[in-house]
Structures are given as C-alpha cells and as structure tokens.
Design a binder for this molecule. Structure first.
Ligand code: GLU
Length: 286
C-alpha cells in the first residue's frame, strides 16, 4: 500500500512552533516513505476558529518548503459524510441522545449507555457513542505499546454536540479514511484521543492507520507551547530560524550555510528515519 500522511491543523490561529513541528514531522515521514503528504483544514468548530487562520496557515506552509500533493480538504465541506457516518452509528444502535447539562453530568444523571435526564423539547440533544468496557491496544510507532480502557478514560463520549457540530473524533476518523491516510503523524497531546478514534473506526468499519505521536513542545516552564504566551506565530517571511528550531527539536541536522527552506528540508530528509526521532513524550522547545 502506498504511504499517505497528512497534516490537519485547526484554524484557531496562525501557524505556531508546535504545529510547525507536526507539519515537518509528518512531511518527513511521508517523503522518507516515498509517499504522499496531504492537508486537511479541521474547520468544524466555528466558535473556536479565528477568521483568516486557514488562509494564514495554508499560506505559511509553502514558505517553509512544505508543499502538499493535493489541494487541502476542508472539513466544513464534509457535513454529508459526517451525517452518513452518524446515521450508520444510529442505525446500528451505537449512539444515544443526551440532554444532560454539565451540572447533570456532575450529579450523575448520566449512566453508561443511556441518559437519565428528561428530554428537553425546546432543544436538540447531544449524541453520545455507547462505549463498552473495552481495552483498546495499539503500538505507536514512536511512543511504543499503548493500552487504554475506553470506558474509564473516555466513557460514552460525544460525537455530535448540542449545537449540531460533529466532534473532532468523528470527523477525524471519517476523513482519515476518506483521504486514504496510512499513517497519522501528529503531536503527543493527541495520543489519548487515538483509542477513541480506533474504536470509532471499528464501529464504522473503517481501516485503522498506523500512528506516530511526536514529542509535545513545552515552554521553559513545562507548559504545552501552544497554550502559553510563547505560542506566537512562526514567521513565514523569515522561515529559516523556526525551521532550524523545528528540525533541531526532532534531533535532525539543520544546515547553517543556507536559508533556503527546501534545501534545509532535503538535507534533514537525507539523514531522517522514523526510528531516529526522539523517543520521548514531550521536550522543551529551544
Ligand atoms: N486539528 C488538530 C490540531 O490542530 C490535529 C488533529 C490531528 O492531527 O488528528 O490540533
């Protein structure tokens, strides 16, 4: 099977260091395998999005030498596919409507596999997936063997929200299959989402790709970089410094004799193999 990787940013801001690392890491894995590298804009959560962010991120990537093999897929245009997946789950009896408020949930009105809150005629419910007491195991290509008890870790998780938006987990699984992704390379903050995604793939009869979770970039105080004030955007008009830092973060050599992003990436690619990536779950960004 031909390798297909992807970079799937949420348009909640400009490209920042953590997302540049995910973009570079997924690009290197795809190019090393002689495969394709695809883009997906995860614009399914309008309240969290920043106007102009998708254009900003998509415009910045080529400036860093990261050129995709196909036009980007926009999740905002994929509603029909998510509706179809949702109907499939519903027909199989795998989802249930939930009218709980957050307070209800804290008070235990919600039990496994059903919602005890009274339906509220005036508003639509959220829809939850019925999660059995199951251990989901997989081998992450970098982080090694993983096991998660899905009921304990996630419970009956929401796949369609009260507002009618589909949850990231559902959209991600439907689109990884649609784009024919064979390996997901992304930041380690999504490692604990992976069992939910594997379970959804099984429910929907979709293939499970391989997974590789890159170390998460932390700031000097040990906070996730994207959540801290250091999440300032990387500068696509002067790409070399941030690109060198991203390569360094991934333990790859960064040429000092050129500022050409394509040349920096090609040199790193020549020294790259996935086994040589740093085997840690997080590390400080330089
Ligand atoms: N859209 C997610 C993010 O920007 C990444 C999703 C994924 O790679 O599966 O954090």
């Amino acid at each position: 099977m031909n390798y297909r990787g992807r970079f799937a940013p949420s348009p909640t801001g400009h490209l920042h260091f953590g997302s540049l690392v995910a973009a570079v890491g997924s690009w290197l894995c795809a190019r090393h395998a002689g495969g394709q590298w695809l883009l997906r804009v995860e614009d399914i959560d309008p309240p969290r999005e920043m106007p102009g962010s998708a254009e900003s991120i998509l415009g910045a990537l080529p400036a860093f030498g990261l050129v995709a093999d196909a036009p980007p897929l926009f999740q905002s245009r994929r509603r029909d596919a998510y509706d179809a997946a949702f109907e499939q789950l519903k027909a199989a009896g795998l989802v249930f409507p939930c009218w709980c408020s957050r307070n209800d949930l804290a008070g235990g009105l919600h039990l496994d596999g059903q919602c005890l809150a009274a339906p509220v005629e005036a508003r639509a419910p959220a829809w939850r997936l019925r999660v059995p007491d199951v251990d989901i195991a997989f081998v992450d290509s970098l982080q090694g063997p993983q096991t998660q008890n899905l009921r304990l870790a996630a419970g009956d998780f929401v796949i369609r929200r009260v507002e009618g938006y589909y949850a990231y987990q559902l959209a991600c699984v439907v689109d990884d299959a649609f784009q024919g992704i064979t390996q997901v390379v992304r930041g380690n903050d999504l490692l604990d989402s992976t069992p939910r995604q594997i379970f959804l793939q099984r429910c929907l009869d979709l293939p499970t790709p391989a997974y590789l979770h890159l170390p998460l970039a932390l700031d000097g105080e040990g906070r996730k970089l994207s959540k801290s004030e250091r999440a300032h955007p990387v500068d696509p008009t002067h790409p070399a410094p941030a690109l060198r830092r991203a390569l360094d973060f991934l333990d790859l050599p960064a040429r000092q004799d050129t500022n050409d992003p394509a040349a920096l990436l090609e040199h790193a690619l020549a020294h790259f193999s996935p086994e040589r990536l740093p085997h840690c779950s997080e590390r400080a960004a330089a």
